[in-house]
Write a protein that binds this ligand. Structure first.
Ligand SMILES: CC(C)(COP(=O)(O)OP(=O)(O)OC[C@H]1O[C@@H](n2cnc3c(N)ncnc32)[C@H](O)[C@@H]1OP(=O)(O)O)[C@@H](O)C(=O)NCCC(=O)NCCS
Length: 177
């Protein structure tokens, strides 16, 4: 496995991995990640990816991908929390590993790299996770994230509620110019 920074050419596999979640959730209603109400179009995904890549170039987002057998199979990002000036010390984490490649340490490697790259850029990393997503919660805790709150019933899927857990990781102060 190779873990490296995001590149412009990663667009197609990253979008394929994301759109596959819309099929996966049909098979597995317990899939522990929230989705848009409607499957996004490739055009919408192109706009999203262009924005992501711009933020990486500007330095307001950290993004790492995992490559297996020449294909991008995972993405982890930490995006500066906007729009308030007072929350710009926070990076919001997102993580996705394509289904066939889960459970092999890829998610852990990706998040580990994003944490290291976030030092000196963000003071705190934060994320929210379905409380039912035991695997993801275990992974986050193993890398130092600590739960600080639970939103009871914060997720509603197929008429069934799930709690949403909030976690954060303290990285320490960022020197200001
Ligand atoms: C959650 C996800 C990103 C994890 O990626 P992954 O590559 O499968 O995870 P890894 O193989 O790196 O997991 C390793 C860690 O997960 C944790 N873990 C794995 N299975 C676990 C379980 N059944 N219970 C508790 N912790 C578990 C452990 O901490 C493990 O670390 P270890 O190997 O040192 O024991 C991936 O499963 C995924 O993309 N799922 C669908 C989307 C999603 O849920 N994203 C997260 C949204 S918040």
């Amino acid at each position: 496995m190779i873990v490296r920074d995001l590149e412009w050419g990663d667009f197609t596999p990253i979008v394929e991995n994301f759109l596959a979640l819309y099929d996966e959730v049909v098979e597995n209603p317990d899939l522990g990640i929230s989705l848009f109400p409607k499957r996004p179009s490739w055009g919408e995904e192109a706009e999203w990816f262009a924005g992501l890549y711009r933020r990486v170039l500007e330095g307001s987002t950290v993004a790492a991908v995992a490559v297996e057998e020449g294909r991008v199979v995972g993405l982890c990002t930490a995006d500066r929390r906007k729009p308030a000036r007072e929350t710009e010390h926070i990076g919001v984490v997102g993580l996705l590993v394509a289904q066939p490649w889960r459970g092999r340490g890829i998610g852990k490697s990706l998040l580990g790299r994003v944490i290291e790259r976030s030092r000196g850029r963000f003071e705190i990393l934060e994320l929210s996770v379905f409380h039912s997503n035991t695997k993801a919660r275990g992974l986050y805790q193993s890398l130092g994230f600590r739960p600080w709150g639970l939103f009871p019933g914060g997720i509603l899927r197929d008429g069934r509620r799930t709690d949403l857990e909030y976690m954060s990781l303290e990285l320490g102060p960022v020197p200001r110019p």
